[in-house]
Design a protein around this ligand. Structure first.
Ligand SMILES: Cc1cc2nc3c(=O)[nH]c(=O)nc-3n(C[C@H](O)[C@H](O)[C@H](O)COP(=O)(O)OP(=O)(O)OC[C@H]3O[C@@H](n4cnc5c(N)ncnc54)[C@H](O)[C@@H]3O)c2cc1C
Length: 564
């Protein structure tokens, strides 16, 4: 188990010098943190909220190359993202799986004439695509990925085949194209395991959630522990601003006037609609509507995720899913599955994120580059250290972006890379048994060693990959019991996660270390039961425990439209 947050804060009170301070623990901050730690660099990463609670939690959960960015001429980005998608499927197989993605196509030719104009940047707005343009795009997409062979090539099918496979599909759909990307249901768990890997790699790599950058001057940066309310100071050689959509806000706190970000918000709904869930099978449906906006229907366990929007927003703290967005999503489902009704009562959870896109004067948000860049602010009269701003990027390509940031940092520190992250497993992806017989043998072996039932090990394996091993070892060391209201979980399992994965608030566990909130599985009874276990694990007082439940309900109501 890593050092407690108080121990870490005390450490920096006595030793404020640190080579690198990372502000922001979304996937880009965390990826950079892990990479620097692996290279033996002393690094502190802080986040004003929980780890992976900003844009990195608000994503569409697709690990993808971004086929539509080909039209914007972003070949470098798409090639990189497709390679990174394949690496994530290989390095984090416990959480990232190939995702068959179906594009419903209504026309043969539309978009054909637009494409060259779009490549030249002459088209005002994107528009619906026909079969021919999609076919060309998919040929490029396959070409980028064929050498790795991680996912199959695309296929096309006509009206009859489409109707046979998807009986409820709109009869006006003339073709469907199927290609493969990746799905990740728990970006938050990938982030948690990445940062634990980083801390394990180097004793002087430390990560703190609920610690914000307050201000900076000269060689000093003032940080505030949001839990205790106390401040402490660090003196970094380099500051990496990985605050995503808040980058300009964080810079303003340090007296730097930047206009790097032009964020756009995107919302998603989680639906409990068994008919629609059955209609899409295990496929994501992915298409652009007439004005070029992306629509996705995504299979998410027994639920279905619908998204997303792309609306400019100035202040990321004000992002929320509006009633208009909900109307729009429901309307879009009907475009593809007109005879399956979607009702508002079927929404079990909603969430919104803000894309940290580079400030741009593109005609539509969809045309703003999704590529990433490091914008360096050299030391000057206000600050004695450089600030590297991590602008833009996709979840999928975080490793490549982190590698670039790490290499630049190593060069500035006069050090060299010692470990390559391209083939490095993430958390419970280490020594992951890929085939079914290998998984069975792994489960049987752990059941034998730990004394837990194979069915229980299976559950843990599905939830944590090979990290199930340390969870099972912990469970086996004491008296355990399945939860009354959520029998798939047990008391010692939750206790372990609370202690080992830097849980500070009740919502950290329910919203980010587990999928319970996102899947709409919360009730008064199970919140009460789980809060008692976490309370005992973290030593909360009665008042703290009450405050945690109130805080959870307020977050669920305000940010996720969930009224318990
Ligand atoms: C709606 C939407 C859909 C998307 N879909 C996909 C997709 O399907 N696939 C894909 O690959 N990418 C997708 N993306 C893009 C991807 O999610 C983001 O590019 C990526 O997560 C950005 O990560 P980040 O670490 O830069 O930012 P963030 O995850 O936002 O992290 C920044 C962190 O900085 C912290 N912070 C801010 N200010 C301070 C401060 N003063 N002190 C301390 N901490 C601070 C915040 O709390 C936050 O946690 C999507 C994004 C959105 C919003």
């Amino acid at each position: 188990m890593s050092a407690s947050r108080n121990e870490i804060v005390d450490f920096y009170r006595g030793n404020p010098q640190v080579s690198v301070l990372i502000v922001g623990a979304g996937v880009n901050g965390i990826g950079t943190f892990r990479d620097l730690a692996l290279q033996g660099v002393d690094v502190l990463m802080v986040d004003k909220g929980d780890f992976c609670s900003g844009a990195s939690a608000g994503s569409s959960h697709m690990v993808h190359g971004g086929i539509r960015y080909l039209e914007n001429g972003e070949f470098r980005l798409v090639r990189e993202a497709v390679q990174e998608r394949n690496r994530l499927i290989e390095n984090a197989p416990q959480y990232v799986r190939p995702l068959p993605t179906v594009i419903p196509i209504f026309k043969w030719f539309s978009g054909l004439l637009n494409a060259p104009f779009k490549f030249l940047g002459l088209l005002e707005k994107p528009s619906e695509r026909g079969a021919v343009v999609i076919k060309v795009g998919l040929i490029f997409y396959d070409a980028f990925t064929r050498a790795q062979g991680t996912v199959p090539n695309h296929q096309f099918q006509g009206r009859a085949g489409t109707r046979a496979e998807f009986p409820h599909i709109n009869p006006a759909v003339r073709f469907t194209a199927r290609y493969y990307d990746g799905s990740m249901h728990t970006p938050e768990r990938i982030c948690a395991e990445l940062l634990l890997d980083g801390e394990a790699a180097h004793q002087d790599a430390r990560a703190l959630n609920y610690v914000s950058l307050e201000n900076a001057a000269g060689k000093r940066v003032m940080l505030k522990d949001q839990v205790s309310g106390e401040t402490f100071e660090v003196q970094p050689k380099i500051l990496i601003n990985a605050a995503g959509p808040w980058i300009d806000f964080a810079n303003a706190r340090m007296g730097l006037d930047t206009g790097l970000i032009g964020g756009t918000k995107g919302s998603h709904l989680m639906l409990d609609n068994p008919d629609l869930r059955a209609a899409i099978g295990e496929n994501e449906f992915f298409f652009e509507n007439k004005d070029g906006r992306i629509v996705l229907l995504y299979p998410f366990e027994d639920r279905l995720m619908v998204g997303t929007s792309d609306l400019p927003i100035d202040n990321p703290d004000e992002a929320a899913c509006t009633e208009d967005e909900i109307d729009y999503f429901i309307e879009m489902v009907q475009v593809v599955f007109p005879d399956i009704p979607v009702r508002r009562e079927q929404i079990v959870f909603k969430f919104t994120g803000v894309r940290p896109l580079p400030a741009s004067d593109a005609n539509t948000p969809g045309q703003v580059s999704r590529d990433h860049s490091i914008v360096e602010i050299a030391p000057g009269s206000a600050l004695e250290f450089p600030v590297y701003n991590l602008v833009g990027g996709k979840w999928t390509s975080f490793r490549a972006f982190s590698e670039e940031v790490c290499d630049k940092t190593l060069e500035a520190l006069g050090r060299t890379r010692v470990i390559d992250t391209r083939r490095l497993a993430i958390g419970g992806g280490l020594d992951y048994p890929v085939t079914e017989p290998a998984q069975k043998a792994w489960i049987a072996q752990l059941a034998g060693r730990s004394g837990l039932e194979p069915a229980r090990i299976q559950e843990l394996f599905e939830r944590y990959g090979t990290r199930a091993q340390i969870v099972a070892d912990y469970i086996a060391q004491g008296e355990d019991r399945a939860l009354n209201f959520l029998p798939g979980y047990s008391r010692r399992e939750i206790e372990f996660i609370a202690r080992d994965e830097k849980v500070v608030h009740l919502d950290d566990f329910l919203l980010r270390r587990s999928l319970l909130a996102k899947l709409g599985r919360l009730s008064h009874a199970n919140v009460d039961e789980i809060s008692k276990i976490i309370r005992a694990a973290l030593g909360w007082t009665d008042e703290q425990a009450d405050a945690e439940i109130k805080r959870l309900y307020a977050i669920l109501r305000k940010d996720h439209g969930v009224q318990l």
